[in-house]
Ligand binder design. Structure first.
Ligand code: PNS
Length: 170
């Protein structure tokens, strides 16, 4: 069994298309537990994203610049290889409801099989945000619903700009 590193680095991976207040809450709490937290966006995602990886990194940086031990990054390929290249020993994931558990368990076990030295740590989402997902936020916003309080104000502003560009292109 390997020793506890003196400096624990965790990766919080995801699509973040866009970052929600649920993600932000987890990052805030994670930043208090780990010495360093890397919020990392998957590049080769099958999902058709609304924002490019560069736009998402910019949005993340805008809201995360207040946390000195949090850094924004992106990755291709296997998450555990990315974690290992960053000397991270922890993968941080949030669980909102039982429905998240099965998918998260599968990923955690696969990642453990690939690199047993990297541990997945789950944190329960804050109940105030447990119903929020990037997908639902986008859907509600583009159908004219109010998303204030569900995403950071800078993200809401980006969505508004995206909507007005889309409307003027029609
Ligand atoms: O929050 P998301 O969008 O569900 O994030 C999913 C993510 C990025 C954590 C997952 O798709 C991932 O780790 N992809 C990288 C590919 C990989 O490592 N696959 C093997 C482990 S399941």
């Amino acid at each position: 069994m390997s020793q506890k590193p003196s400096h624990v680095i965790a990766i919080y991976p995801g699509s973040f298309d866009p970052i929600t207040n649920g993600h932000l809450d987890l990052i805030q709490r994670g930043s208090r537990i780990f010495d360093r937290l890397i919020v990392s966006i998957l590049r080769n995602d099958d999902k058709e994203p609304l924002f490019t990886v560069e736009e998402r990194m910019e949005m993340l940086r805008e809201v995360l610049c207040v946390y000195p031990n949090v850094r924004v990054d992106c990755f291709d390929g296997l998450l555990v290889d990315h974690a290992s290249a960053q000397q991270a020993t922890v993968l941080l994931r949030g669980i909102r409801a039982i429905s998240d558990y099965e998918y998260e368990l599968q990923m955690a076990l696969m990642n453990r099989r690939l690199r047993p030295e990297i541990e997945t740590v789950f944190m329960m989402a804050n109940e105030a945000y447990s119903f929020i997902s990037s997908r639902l936020v986008k859907q509600v916003f583009f159908l004219g619903g109010n998303i204030t309080g569900l995403v950071p104000p800078s993200v809401e502003a980006r969505l508004t700009t995206r909507l007005s560009k889309r409307d003027s292109a029609k």
